[in-house]
Design a protein around this ligand. Structure first.
Ligand SMILES: [Zn+2]
Ligand SMILES: [Zn+2]
Length: 372
């Protein structure tokens, strides 16, 4: 295992920039906001809010895909990056196929993702387009010869999304529980995006713990020999059970991929949601939120107050616990419609958000604040 440890000076330049104008804009953050962001200059120290990146093997993203690191200044100056504006300020989510075992679960699951994304991209509105079946997209599909599961073709889905993209969209993302492939010669892909078109499609199929296990439900149920254009194979097709881990992984993928739509590239500075990931274990290792450098990139794109965004995220994680009367009522009526939000896997992130808010709301005498 190798720790990628940048010097405090390197991290400061990556966040603040040596350019006078950008450094001046940085000083417009409140003292508390700067304290929080500058926690990132000393990653991995005892009690630090941020950690350095660790490379565990050659199959991790950074050794496998060398990329130019993107600091705040190069992000800011990228002529191709897209910024939301008054007429393009909505993120649209298009569900393709079912999630969970019943329609009501799909609706609830996607609504949780919508609310989470809206807190994450605080200040933008996130809307759901009415869910579509695989048949409605008219996409090509196949059975993967190794895993024997159904896969749908990303290029066809992107074409479908392009036609459906509303006028006020900042971007449109398609999400599905069905596995994806980008071309015949590829085994699979987690997702594919077109940044210039502001759209992407992502699958959560491989975030099911049992995907790689031998009893992956669909594989055993029937060996499919589907005919192109006969979408009946997707009726009642296995989708992963909704769990806290699946929700956590879905939230991470969604926000990482939407983050790219703003022109934020893979993070090579600190442990961060924008780190590239080559496999599930690496993706699980990523934290749920941005490092300070990527946070500043999003903040200048959207213009939110950092503390308000953290509060919205915390609210999303705590919401169900506060809604106990609703839960009790649902149990009393034996309502099948009530699904409690499974946020157990978000516990560490919740504590982290509280610590960030302690600094922003001056509940702790932060060493950095008392020095100045
Ligand atoms: Zn990425
Ligand atoms: Zn980052």
């Amino acid at each position: 295992m190798k720790v990628i440890q940048h010097s405090a000076q390197t991290l400061q330049t990556a966040l603040v920039s040596d350019h006078q104008g950008l450094a001046k804009v940085y000083r417009e953050y409140t003292k508390e906001e700067r304290c929080l962001l500058e926690e990132g200059f000393h990653p991995g120290e005892p009690g630090s809010l941020f950690q350095p990146i660790t490379v565990h093997s050659d199959s991790d993203w950074i050794p496998a895909h060398p990329e130019e690191p993107q600091d705040f200044e190069s992000f800011y100056r990228d002529p191709y990056r897209k910024t939301p504006n008054a007429s393009h300020n909505t993120i649209y989510i298009q569900t393709i196929g079912s999630f969970g075992e019943a329609g009501v679960q799909t609706d609830q699951y996607v609504e949780w993702l919508r609310q989470y994304s809206q807190a994450f991209f605080y200040g933008l509105s996130v809307k759901l387009l009415p869910a579509v079946t695989v048949a409605e997209t008219g996409c090509s599909f196949r059975v993967n010869s190794n895993t024997h599961n159904l896969q749908i073709l990303t290029g066809d889905l992107l074409r479908f999304l392009g036609n459906k993209k509303p006028k006020d969209a900042f971007c449109i993302v398609g999400i599905t529980m069905i596995d994806l492939y980008p071309k015949d010669s590829w085994n699979f892909v987690f997702g594919q995006a077109s940044l210039s078109m502001g759209m992407g499609v992502f699958s959560f199929a491989r975030y099911d713990d049992s995907f790689y296990s031998r009893d992956y439900a669909e594989r055993l149920r029937k060996r499919l020999q589907p005919k192109q254009g006969d979408y009946s194979v997707f009726d009642g097709y296995y989708t992963p059970p909704i769990s806290s881990t699946l929700l956590l992984r879905s939230c991470k993928t969604m926000t990482h991929e939407i983050g790219h739509m703003f022109g934020i590239r893979h993070c090579q500075w600190l442990n961060c949601i924008m780190q590239g990931s080559n496999h599930l274990e690496e993706s699980d290792r990523r934290p749920l939120d941005f490092c300070p450098i990527c946070l500043r990139k999003l903040q200048v794109s959207v213009g939110f107050k950092i503390g308000e965004r953290y509060k919205a995220l915390l609210h999303w994680m705590e919401e169900d616990q506060r809604q106990t009367p609703r839960a009790e009522e649902a149990v009393a009526h034996q309502s099948a419609l009530y699904l409690p939000k499974p946020t157990g896997a978000f516990h560490a992130s919740k504590l982290w958000l509280c610590r960030c808010l302690d600094i922003l709301e001056k509940r702790v005498a932060h060493p950095c604040c008392t020095h100045h």
